[in-house]
Design a protein around this ligand. Structure first.
Ligand code: AMP
Ligand code: MG
Length: 329
């Protein structure tokens, strides 16, 4: 008998948001809130010190702009233009050029464990199908020959894929970048207390209006009760989690999730269930959470422990927690 089950990111994000809302219940004034489904995720923004609807509208416009810009599946996106250019140079926006450069930086930092040219492989994995199954191994092997971040060239705002069959996938960094841009926008509008949550990619603008920190739950793997395994207090910082349970399916007793090992083309199976990174920039947290997940428990934690102002919480498949050396309990 075939046993399978899928889980969408939207559901996972909802579980996180539930805790965020309840975690903020002590705040006297109700925040002004914008929720949407974008970037394949449920997103929410809570602004505590403004009632200006134009600010919410500004956030919505920014989210929609970036959703179209960075999507791998939208044929109109800048990423699709690069992927469909047959190796020709493509002029893109400064946002896309910056994000691709950041992606290449983390490729180098991780020795290729993190690789934004994973697109040729990731497009073979369909986590939303009604009847999901792992791709044909021969197709994975063929796609893997086109994964190599070293063959991406960025000059100014021009991006060239030196391998015409390569494909970019910015899914591991886009939400972090967008969260940082939303924070810049909110601060420019004078907002001092807000929480941005792009599908579990959380960034705090300041602290809560009463001066206390935001309390962000880290989910127990595959638990949908909304009761967190542990929680982290943040002010003006980001916490981003990469987890097996955010996008996955089960087939014939095996779990297949969305964080792929560029060495094999299959989901990383290294004993980790999630990696949460806490640092100032949401882009850095997003890139590092995926990078450390692919590097695995030892190399991933060793990388975090070498970096300044970066904390981490690793959860293994038995829900055991490991903290980075500098974690502020
Ligand atoms: P995140 O949820 O930030 O950890 O990012 C996971 C997403 O990044 C996946 O859904 C893919 O789109 C993409 N991805 C998967 N594996 C890798 C990898 N090894 N390096 C870079 N991006 C990846
Ligand atoms: Mg990431």
């Amino acid at each position: 008998m075939k046993l399978w089950k899928t889980r969408s990111l939207a559901g996972a994000a909802a579980a996180v948001s539930f805790f965020l809302v309840s975690g903020c219940a002590a705040v006297s004034s109700e925040p002004m809130t914008y929720t949407d489904t974008l970037f394949d995720s449920v997103i929410s923004l809570q602004i505590y010190d403004s009632r200006d609807q134009d600010i919410l509208e500004g956030c919505r416009e920014l989210c929609q702009k970036y959703d179209v810009m960075f999507s791998r599946t939208n044929e109109e996106s800048e990423i699709s233009r690069i992927n469909n250019a047959q190796g020709n140079p493509v002029e893109v926006s400064p946002d896309t050029a910056t994000l691709v450069k950041k992606g290449l930086y983390y490729g180098k930092l991780s020795g290729g464990a993190f690789d934004i040219t994973i697109g040729s492989v990731s497009r073979l994995w369909d986590f939303k199908s009604e009847d999901p199954a792992p791709p044909d191994p021969a197709a994975i092997a063929a796609a893997l020959t086109h994964v190599d971040y070293k063959k991406v060239v960025v000059e100014g705002n021009t991006v060239t894929l030196q391998d015409p069959a390569a494909a970019l996938d910015l899914g591991a960094v886009a939400k972090g970048y967008i969260a940082d841009r939303l924070k810049d926008y909110l601060e420019g509008e004078g907002v001092r207390h807000a929480l941005i949550n792009l599908g579990g990619n959380v960034l705090a603008v300041g602290d809560k209006p009463d001066g206390s920190s935001f309390n962000i739950g880290i989910q127990k793997p595959f638990d949908e009760s909304g009761i967190p395994l542990t929680s982290v207090r943040i002010d003006d910082k980001s916490i981003v989690t990469s987890g097996t349970y955010q996008r996955f399916f089960e087939r014939d007793g095996s779990l297949y999730h969305h964080i792929l090992d560029p060495a094999s083309g299959y989901p990383c199976n290294n004993g980790l269930a999630s990696v949460s990174i806490i640092t100032d920039s949401s882009l850095t947290a997003d890139a590092l959470s995926t990078t450390c997940f692919v590097l695995g428990p030892e190399k991933g934690m060793s990388l975090v422990n070498q970096l300044e102002n970066v904390e981490a919480v690793f959860v293994d498949t038995d829900s055991q927690i490991t903290y980075s050396n500098n974690f502020q309990k």
